[in-house]
Ligand binder design. Structure first.
Ligand SMILES: [Fe+2]
Length: 311
């Protein structure tokens, strides 16, 4: 097709995309062209702005390493990851769901841990936390024998793979639910943490005049054949940024019912204050599939300093 005018460009590209054999890929590509060209027309994108956009997308790839995924971070910063999550869970977006984003820090080799054990593997100062988890199916029956990965940041807001002071796999573990669908663990109460802002995502966060923090949370992944793998995060209601997550991840269903205790406890060896959390997860029938881990290595110590705060 010889292009005669701007409208014909879209027609020519749509014609090319309609040749894609796989129906789902064809549907996605045709919609992509329709929306992308529509976007360019709506904002009357200038040549200079187009150049800026190309450099920005290239910079996201250049910033991505084994320990950091700038593209994933941008997807969260634009609300795309939470949207994909909410559309694909809770009866295809019709009902409330406990599903949440995987985030960038899950490791697929977390060590097995016995129910009742502590996630603290090296000295990690902080307020004590005792968590009891129960799993049921949609009929309310307990789900026994599920594997549950738990991981979270330290009270300083760092995951072990970001922090030379923490032992390998500190604040991480993989549990198995018992016959009543339960397991418990102790740990330290996590803090919120800043997302890296030394790349394109930082420019966006600054432009929107937002802070760059995620509110404190615990990550969970519940895996058992026969059930849709539940990837979740449970947020701390007392975090000052609970309603302004830079990654738009906090949903009403996932604000944890933390209880604060103001007397020390001998049972867990916690000083006051310490916290307990009863967390109940409902598993939907479906495909059990662990995702591909988003990171495969540790952050270089020299990488960390300038990434963490908005000047
Ligand atoms: Fe996280």
């Amino acid at each position: 097709m010889i292009i005669e005018n701007q409208a014909m460009v879209t027609k020519a590209v749509e014609q090319a995309m309609s040749r894609v054999e796989d129906p789902r890929s064809r549907e996605i590509l045709l919609a992509l062209v329709r929306h992308l060209h529509g976007f360019v027309r709506e904002v009357r994108l200038t040549e200079r702005e187009f150049g800026d956009a190309v450099r920005l997308i290239a910079a996201m790839g250049q910033k991505t390493t084994a320990s950091h995924n700038e593209v994933m971070l941008m997807a969260g910063s634009l609300g795309v990851s939470p949207l994909v999550c909410l559309l694909n869970n809770g009866n295809q977006g019709q009902t409330e769901t406990q599903a949440n984003m995987l985030g960038p820090f899950w490791r697929d080799d977390q060590p097995m841990a016995a129910s009742g054990s502590s996630l603290v593997r090296s000295p990690t100062p902080g307020e004590g936390l005792c968590v009891a988890v129960s799993l049921v199916d949609t009929s309310g029956n307990p789900v026994a024998g599920a594997e549950i990965d738990v991981w979270h940041s330290s009270p300083e807001g760092l995951y072990e793979n970001q922090d030379a002071k923490q032992a390998e796999m500190n604040l991480r573990g993989r549990f198995v639910s018992d016959q009543s669908g339960r397991f418990t663990f102790t740990s330290v109460k996590p803090a919120g943490y800043p997302i890296p802002v030394d790349g394109p995502v930082g420019n966006l966060v600054r432009a929107t005049r937002r802070h760059n923090f995620r509110p404190a949370h615990l990550h969970f992944m519940v895996f058992k054949p026969g059930f849709k793998t539940l990837i979740s995060q449970v947020y701390s209601p007392d975090d000052p940024n609970i309603d302004s997550d830079v990654q738009f991840g906090v949903t009403r269903a996932l604000i944890g019912n933390y209880v604060r205790h103001d007397k020390p406890t001998d049972e867990f060896g916690f000083a006051a204050p310490w916290y307990s959390l009863d967390q109940h997860f409902v598993l939907e029938a479906g495909e059990a599939r662990r995702p591909i881990a988003p990171i495969h290595g540790k952050v270089e110590a020299s990488d960390l300093s300038l990434r963490r705060s908005i000047p």
